[in-house]
Ligand binder design. Sequence first.
Ligand code: MEV
Length: 317
Amino acid sequence: MKSVASAPGKIILFGEHFVVYGIKAILCSIDKRITATSQFLDEKIVRVSSSLGESEMDLNSLNNLEKIPQKFMKPFFYVAQKAIEENSSEHGIEIILESQIPAGVGLGSSSAACVAVTASVNGLFNKLSKEEVVKRAIQAERTIFEQNSGADSSVSTFGGLMSYDLKNGFQDIPSRNNLNFIISNSAQIHDTQDIVRQVRNFKEKNEDMFRKLCKQEIEIVKNATTALKDNNLNELGSLMLKNQDLLKQIGISTEKIDLLVREAKKTAYGAKITGAGGGGCIISLVDNSNMGDTLDNLRKISDCFLAKIDYNGLTYR
Ligand code: MEV
């Protein structure tokens, strides 16, 4: 028996990093997915394979996850260990990941993988509800990235356009906006945890300034919520540029990102980093009137693709 689940990547429209400190963020899932396929094995091992590598552990060693050589695989073994323990299983499990989401560039590949693996592995026993999946997926991701806000896993599980904050969790933004984004990859790979740590250092050294920036972010998110309801692309674009300016001030932009944003804003409604920054991707907001010109411009300097909002979130096959 195979248990297959897939979960989408995400982009953050507003509020990355500030969300770690309790500010509301706005994000959506996108039409690029990770699929996890799990099946029982006769051997008493858990084996995980993906295009980024393969790793396996004996069932007896699962309680010592520190031994895993590839750190990014730790959440998947954690999920397997919990499922085996909770179901008093003696079977091994194989987990195969297939991804359409570029890794390490701010598009939520690691959270989508945690969500898909949680749903797929537990589906071998009893299918979990989306609420149960997201809870377990966040715990799993926290085995390697403790300060993770949970925003990425939430949007990957529930899909669509949402706001998220630490206190209230996920809140659907009731709109079926047909927003179109161009995602441009700076090809500068980052480690989200490192960048989050870097921002924490910045905050600790610049408490007053950080507080002011948080206030500005709150205002941006508030105005963006209205602009989304009104489908006001001009306003959304200008708020994205304001948000980019805040991200630059907290030190997570790079020369390449600045260049991409400068080029994008010649024709798009707005553009900004999405996700952790320190490289990674920018998103540009476009519609049919400026999509072609913006793509032509950005393609000269980066790999780009078009993304639409995914309204499905986690799905089982
Ligand atoms: C990463 O996609 C978003 C950050 O805000 C971290 C987090 O929310 O856990 C940088």
